[in-house]
Structures are given as structure tokens and as C-alpha cells.
Design a protein around this ligand. Structure first.
Ligand SMILES: Cc1ncc(COP(=O)(O)O)c(C=O)c1O
Length: 387
């Protein structure tokens, strides 16, 4: 048996006629950039997430950048995030001119540790009551935003993050690129922070047929600013309030996404069922650490990530048995050459450093069959007994 880590073709075949006609309709209407299809998708996605506004954007990286710019972030500011995420989260911060500050993750959820977040704020910063602002003691820069990443499909501890943000006058930007439809206490990902960014990269739970992203928010001012930022800072035709960029969403992507959005909850349920099957087959294998579902959260398993000792050997073993897998992430961002200038060293983020050594993503997509999952688990068990 051959089991890919993900298989986009299988999904396309289940909705081929809907997708093909939506694409043909976009061609017939010549709605290629922004326009009708994008407006329709934005309306439906905002409704799905439970917020007032969604702004379709060219990709998730630009969505993060636009969200930060809408919040007014730039040189002289600090944005707090994690060293255990895709580089785009941190690139977007740096691109605004702001400085990223890392806070370690909690190892069970792979998301920002609110304990470490408080520790950084209480020990590493001082509160300036006159300006109502938090200042980093070392750099003297203003701390402005907390940027939690809902990694692998599970949301961060948003109650505590929002409480901390409220205490210190900070904004919260959720990186929901890996968590479409994930839930924290009855609220969808992206709907709790002041603003959120999504990616619709093809492999995501809601994936386009190319690049795509969105910013969502309940705040009218942030939404209006994001809308201008994606279109060169334009207020009215050829009337530019400030400089933005060309980050508009493409009509074909919106057409595809609008079709797929209707299926998202079913696909997320299928992912949850697959995770349950993995759990059932692997629960007695002591050497494998399974993903943990945190209290009052619905995990949507963008990735199904386990941790093992001897990951390279397991990956080779799986590969030899025709089973796809991947590693997200193997080098933490504080150890990347790109972020040398931040001055972090090995040992600064122990939970992140431990996770990067053991994590491996097993096959996970809605159309994965029970037989395939059982086969993957048998191969893992065989590897464990040979180890
Ligand atoms: C956590 C996270 N943030 C941001 C991004 C960037 O999204 P995009 O690839 O659409 O630019 C990704 C994409 O993989 C991601 O996983």
C-alpha cells in the first residue's frame, strides 16, 4: 500500500463538477482580480468565522503583514510571537520594521505558553503608566502586539492571551493559517483577537488552487485600513492615503475557496475522525507521543504530529514502506541564520528545542481511509519493535 502524507487530487475529485463550474463562471464573468467572486467569498468567510469583515488577500504571509500594518505596527515596536512556527509569521513582523520577540511554546499544545508570556512581560518589560504602554527593558522598544499561532490545527489559550493583552494595552493578531474552523470555547479561530490572518495555501484545511489569504476582524477601522493596504493605500480611485502594496486576491482562488468553504466542516470532521483512529491504534505504543487535545478546544488537525525518539529512523522506515511524512519544524526560528540579529542562543526556548527534535507529521487529510491509517500504525508499531 502507498499512503501519501496529503493528497489534494482526491479532494478535487470529490467536488470536481462544483469547482469546474465555479472556475468557468469566473472566466465567463471575467472577474479575475478582486471583484464579484472575491466579494462573495469574503462575505461567506466572515460569516463562517463569526466576524463582521473578511478581506481577501494574495497569501497568508501578506495577510499577516497587512494585519500588522492595519494595527499601525512599524519601526520602534515589538511584536511577541513564538520561535516554533513557519517563518512567515516572523517575516511579516520584520517586514513592518518592528522587532520580533520570542516566547517559548507549551510542549503539549505546541502553542504559545501564556506562563512564559507573562514572565517576559513581568520580568523583561516595564509599564509606563503615563503613556499607557509597555516597554521592553533591554531594547526600550514599545511592546504592541501578541501574535499567537494556532499550530497544527489547535487554538492557543485565547482567554489568557486576551486577558494579558487587556492588562497591558496590547493588540492580538491571531495567526490562524493552520486552523480554519478550529474552535475555542464555541468561538472560531480568528474571531477572538482584534484581527486575524489566514492562509489558503493549497495544503491547508481550506486551500485554494494557488496562493491565497485573508484578514478577518470585527473592527470596522481595521478592516477599512486592511482593504486600502491591499490596494496601494487607495481610498478612492487614484487617491492614495498612504503607501500599501498590491496584495489583492485573485478571482479564481476566491471561486474555488467559496465552493470549498461549504465542505470545510465536513472535512474537519473527517480529519478529527482520522485523528481518533490514529489514537485508537497507537494509544498503547509508549514510545510514541500522540497530539493532545486541550480542554474546551476543537482541534482540526491540519497536521497529525507525533513525537518519537529516533525520528530520522522512523521517517526512513515509513518511506521504505511507501508512507509519506514531513517535519514541521526541524530548525527553530531563533536558531535560523535569518534571525541571528535577534541575539538568541540555543537553550533560550527549551520546549521548542525539544519538540523540533522529535516531531513528525503522519499522513492526514480528510479522504484518508481507515485501512490506510491502520497500515501506517502497523508500520509504526513494527518500527518500534525493531528499534
Ligand atoms: C503558521 C503559518 N503562518 C503563515 C503562513 C503563510 O501563509 P502563505 O504560505 O499563504 O503565505 C503559513 C503557511 O504555511 C503558516 O503555516
Amino acid at each position: 500500500m502507498k499512503v501519501p502524507q496529503m493528497d489534494l487530487k482526491r479532494q478535487y475529485l470529490t467536488i470536481k463538477s462544483e469547482i469546474d463550474s465555479a472556475i468557468q463562471h469566473t472566466i465567463d464573468r471575467c472577474a479575475f482580480v478582486a471583484g464579484e467572486k472575491v466579494n462573495q467569498f469574503e462575505k461567506n468567510f466572515a460569516e463562517y468565522c463569526g466576524v463582521k469583515h473578511a478581506v481577501g488577500i494574495s497569501c497568508g504571509t501578506s495577510a499577516l503583514y497587512v494585519a500588522l500594518r492595519a494595527l499601525g505596527i512599524g519601526k520602534g515596536d515589538i511584536v511577541i510571537t513564538v520561535p516554533y512556527t513557519f517563518i512567515a509569521t516572523v517575516e511579516a513582523i520584520a517586514l513592518t520594521g518592528a522587532r520580533p520577540v520570542f516566547v517559548d511554546i507549551e510542549s503539549k499544545s505546541y502553542n504559545i505558553s501564556t506562563k512564559n508570556l507573562r514572565e517576559y512581560i513581568e520580568k523583561g518589560c516595564e509599564w509606563n503608566p503615563r503613556e499607557n504602554e509597555l516597554v521592553d527593558k533591554k531594547t526600550k522598544l514599545k511592546v504592541r502586539v501578541i501574535l499567537p499561532v494556532h499550530l497544527y490545527g489547535q487554538m492557543s489559550d485565547m482567554d489568557e492571551i486576551m486577558a494579558i493583552a487587556g492588562e497591558y494595552n496590547l493588540s492580538v493578531l491571531e495567526d490562524a493559517a493552520q486552523a480554519h474552523g478550529a474552535i475555542y470555547k464555541n468561538r472560531k479561530s480568528g474571531s477572538i483577537g482584534h484581527i486575524a490572518a489566514f492562509s489558503f495555501y493549497p495544503s491547508k484545511n481550506l486551500g485554494a488552487f494557488g496562493q491565497g489569504g485573508a484578514v478577518i476582524t470585527d473592527n470596522d477601522t481595521l478592516a477599512a485600513k486592511a482593504r486600502m493596504l491591499i490596494n496601494h493605500g487607495q481610498r478612492e480611485k487614484y487617491d492614495y492615503e498612504f503607501e500599501g502594496w498590491n496584495f489583492k486576491m485573485d478571482g479564481f482562488q476566491a471561486a474555488v475557496l467559496d465552493v470549498k468553504l461549504k465542505h470545510l466542516d465536513d472535512w474537519n470532521r473527517a480529519r478529527q475522525h482520522n485523528a481518533m483512529m490514529y489514537g485508537k491504534f497507537l494509544k498503547d505504543v509508549d514510545t510514541v507521543m500522540l497530539p493532545e487535545k486541550m480542554l474546551e478546544r476543537e482541534h482540526v488537525y491540519y497536521l497529525y504530529v507525533i513525537q518519537v525518539d529516533g525520528r530520522a529512523s522512523l521517517q526512513k522506515y515509513l518511506n521504505d514502506e511507501n508512507i509519506g511524512s514531513s517535519i514541521a519544524y526541524s530548525i527553530p526560528l531563533h536558531m535560523q541564520n535569518a534571525y541571528k540579529y535577534l541575539g538568541y542562543k540555543m537553550g533560550d526556548f527549551p520546549n521548542t528545542e525539544k519538540c523540533v527534535k522529535g516531531v513528525i507529521s503522519l499522513p492526514m487529510f480528510p479522504e484518508l481511509t481507515s485501512e490506510e491509517i491502520e497500515y501506517v500504525c502497523e508500520v509504526i508499531k513494527a518500527w518500534c519493535s525493531h528499534k
